[in-house]
Design a protein around this ligand. Sequence first.
Ligand SMILES: [Zn+2]
Ligand SMILES: [Zn+2]
Length: 366
Amino acid sequence: MKAKAAVLREFGKPLEMQEFEVQPLGAGEVLAKVVAAGVCGSDVHIWKGEDPRTPVPIILGHEGIGEIADLGSQKRDVLGRELKPGDLVMWERGIMCGECYQCVIAKQPALCSARKTYGISVSCAEPPYLNGHYAQYIHLRARCHFLKIDPEIDPKVLVPASCSGATATHAVEQADVKPGDNVLVIGPGPVGLYVLASCLNRGAGAVYVAGAAPDKQRLELCKQFGAAGTLNVSESTPEERAEQIAEWTHRLGFNVGIDCTGITASVGEFLQYVAPYGAYLIPGIATPVGQLPVSLYEHLARKNVRLQGVWVSDTSHLYQAIRLVLSGRFPFETIVTHSYPLEAANQALDDMATRKAMKAVLEPWE
Ligand SMILES: [Zn+2]
Ligand SMILES: [Zn+2]
């Protein structure tokens, strides 16, 4: 059996369609038929060669949902349900070793010293070749964790949960958002929307979102998700924003800031608005983006403020993100704005790069 895939052979060059022979499955391995693959914002950086983890050639794509096509041996999902061909499932995008200090002692599998990610750090040059989601099938390793999904839901809606959503729930967990907290989300992309929803789900008192001019529609979407207010940095001065934030927080500042912009500039402005004993977290940085503009005395030391990075996620965060979507509390169906056949993967990457699409998905069987 053969499977079509979109392959990145050279950084910055268009992906090329290629056919691969599907390989036999080892014990515990699973062949999944990719129903929908997400085009993540970080795929644009990977495509340009900015992610130091990425080898070429590679089948891009680390987000997706699919059906069980074949099993190397009997397998259950994280809720103990036996997996059968035809089941709709989601799976953990990271390949963790389960044996290292981070996996076993620190219990931080997201930080596994041997962690690889389908579509980011596993080449398609060697068997089993099908190591990314921009393909008709993906060959999942023995340690992969699964969650069966009720086929009632449009599978596309869940796709962003597998990376943006999981990373967001990880950040909110690390931030330890408490009932009543005032939260500022910076960057209203898919990660920002999941952070917003996840904070409200934990009982945050109010969540505000800051974005820039290209985010205008996204800021509107944040209101549909329940944002208590938004700031457009392209249409206001720093003084106006300071005044607005003082009013929103009764001059206390935000208990938590979660910066989902993927750049460093926003930290220079928004870290100062974190309340004493608050936290400012930065998820979603996947490439070296340079130094942070931080006033150590004023913004951290003097206020016991915690400034923390958040690296990827593990299966528990994927589970939380999926449950968040399935709760029906938030209009997650509005995030996926564009879908394409596999052959149009280059167009999809372009539309993500120019922010024409909030979230693009590829449907390899359409
Ligand atoms: Zn991603
Ligand atoms: Zn490990």
